[in-house]
Write a protein that binds this ligand. Structure first.
Ligand code: ACM
Length: 560
């Protein structure tokens, strides 16, 4: 059987996304043939990647990839290499294809794993069948790779996606699928937004009503909150603790960290519906509240009481057991202060603590948990509102209202994840046309995301060191299904992945055309993975949502 050629032997024209740091053809080298006689030689620390290659590449190709032995013709060799770690860091790798050896050397286990992701893409330049779960033809055909060497390492250590599982729930299988999709793009953080006004998704043994009452709502606003339409189908669901342990372990095996978010003190109506004493009972009858069924910023926030603080310590004790992540996200965004202004209890608390009004109270709330997390070896991260009233010591910031919050935090010596809504909120529409489903927010095209620069010019080099990286945020008010989420997220997440991984020129000089050339090879990979992305020409008829009201924001987005 003739080996199937992949790429153009002798040239580095390979369509790898995100773009590697360096690719060189080896003109004097020989092609590598992947076939039934290829063995896998996995050194210490590379077991995860060996497992992934056998279960993923092996499944797609029906190749056994046995442990390498003398009878093998070709060898895939996986190694960690301390010298490479010094040069390229733990996530860096070198992939060398030459003759009977295909070597993936990583700075650490993660680097080897990212090298394997590159290998799968190299095998999917002309056909993307290696991205499927089973072969499309009965014969196990051989595939050849041109001789080349790639050296690669990520620009940022935090390359993420936030998935809002509170507004619309993504069941466990769907989360595992997201982990596969993130890994395929060398993204390494899955930030799970687990609680909000519209639903509580993480089970807490000591407070079972959080999921029993707070985990579902009777009806749901269809479209933007100004829409007159409702769905009367109850919506809900929550993970079990074992689901979350499985998600965390599956992510870890893919070198992805799951960062949990429990939002305080705003975005808490589902918790208050479950435990009315958590709310501002001297201002409203919190027993009348149910899990919120529409969208927007909600006035029903936690009361600043010792009881509420202790309750959330108990919640977080269980959250920390489930999620080993160093960073724990506590929200802190969009907490209207009206109830605190009207509450005697809150006003007494402000006086007792001697803090500066309601903003000071919010800062006290977050500051308490920043210390509480630090005592347990963890680090609080919150949305940029946590700057108001004073940033808690050691806290990191997710800069979402533009980059200004991130700039201020970085200058004050805090770590920052840049995720401005004007750039990387993937709920925002991706085209100005009338056919975009439930169009909300700014027009943010694939090219716009590609031209996003996570390190603002305003930062000095030392301050820029504080930018841990970037993430796309996937808020799901108007995304009620996997298909809707796929449509909003892809292809734009692919651009975000390249922004986060690759060392691209400054935005005006970024070669978007070259990226779209590689995307022509990448769309078939997304097809093979079963991703219902937005086609470049606009939505398929079944991807449109005629009659569902959005809220487009006109005009160019403000500069960040
Ligand atoms: C946010 O979008 N409220 C963080």
């Amino acid at each position: 059987m003739h080996p199937h050629p992949v790429g153009h032997p002798g040239t580095p024209d390979h369509a790898v996304i995100p773009l590697p740091l360096r690719t060189e053809a080896l003109p004097d080298g020989d092609a590598f043939v992947l076939d039934a006689a290829t063995g896998l030689d996995a050194g210490p620390g590379t077991e995860d990647t060996a497992h992934w290659l056998r279960t993923t590449l092996g499944a797609a190709t029906a190749l056994p990839l046995p442990p390498h032995h003398d009878g093998c013709r070709g060898r895939i060799r996986l190694r960690t290499d301390p010298d490479l770690a010094r040069r390229l860091g733990p996530e860096g790798y070198r992939l060398t294809v030459d003759g009977s050896l295909l070597a993936i050397d990583g700075g650490g286990p993660a680097g080897v794993f990212w090298g394997a992701q590159t290998l799968r893409q190299l095998l999917a330049t002309d056909t993307a069948d290696v991205f499927r779960r089973a072969p499309t033809t009965p014969d196990t055909r051989a595939r050849s790779l041109p001789p080349l060497r790639i050296e690669d390492t990520p620009r940022f250590g935090w390359r993420g996606m936030m998935l809002d599982v509170a507004r619309h729930f993504t069941p466990k299988d769907g989360v595992l699928r997201w982990i596969d999709l993130l890994a395929a793009h060398k993204l390494n953080v899955l930030h799970l937004h687990l609680t909000d006004d519209q639903g509580w998704r993480v089970p807490i043994d000591r407070h079972p009503e959080l999921t029993r009452t707070g985990g579902w709502r009777a009806r749901t606003k269809l479209g933007h909150r100004a829409s007159p339409l409702w769905s009367d189908i109850p919506h809900g669901g929550h993970y079990t603790k074992d689901d979350l342990r499985e998600i965390v372990a599956y992510a870890a095996r893919h070198h992805i960290t799951v960062v949990p978010e429990v939002d305080i003190p705003g975005h808490s109506q589902a918790a208050i519906a479950a435990y009315p004493e958590l709310g501002n009972t001297d201002v409203i009858d919190t027993t009348s509240l149910s899990v919120w069924d529409t969208w927007g910023v909600n006035p029903n926030v936690l009361a600043p009481t010792d009881n509420a603080v202790r309750f959330y310590e108990e919640v977080l004790e269980e959250v920390l057991e489930l999620f080993p992540s160093r960073y724990v996200h506590l929200g802190g965004d969009e907490c209207p202060k009206d109830q605190w202004k009207a509450s005697d209890t809150a006003q007494k608390r402000i006086a007792e603590l001697g803090v500066d009004g309601e903003d000071g109270l919010q800062s006290w709330f977050l500051g308490h948990f920043a210390r509480w997390l630090a005592d347990r070896g963890r680090c609080l991260i919150g949305w940029d509102e946590i700057l108001e009233g004073g940033l808690p010591e050691g806290a990191a910031v997710s800069s979402w209202r533009g980059c200004a919050g991130g700039v201020a935090a970085a200058r004050a010596g805090h770590d920052v994840v840049m995720c401005p809504e004007q750039q990387v909120y993937l709920d925002h529409r991706q085209d100005a046309g009338a056919n975009e489903p439930v169009p909300i927010g700014f027009v943010r095209t694939l090219e716009d995301v590609y031209r996003f620069e996570p390190v603002p010019d305003a930062l000095t080099d030392a301050e820029a060191e504080r930018v841990l990286g970037t993430q796309a945020n996937v808020w799901t008010e108007v995304m009620d299904s996997q298909e809707r989420r796929d449509y909003q997220v892809f292809p734009r997440l692919v651009a975000l992945a390249e922004v986060a991984w690759s060392r691209l020129p400054a935005p005006p000089d970024r070669d978007y055309q070259e990226f779209t050339r590689r995307m022509t090879a990448h769309y078939p990979r997304l097809d093979a993975l079963g991703v219902a992305y937005r086609p470049p020409g606009g939505p398929h008829p079944w991807q449109k949502r005629p009659g569902l009201l959005g809220r487009p924001i006109d005009g160019p987005p403000p500069n960040v």
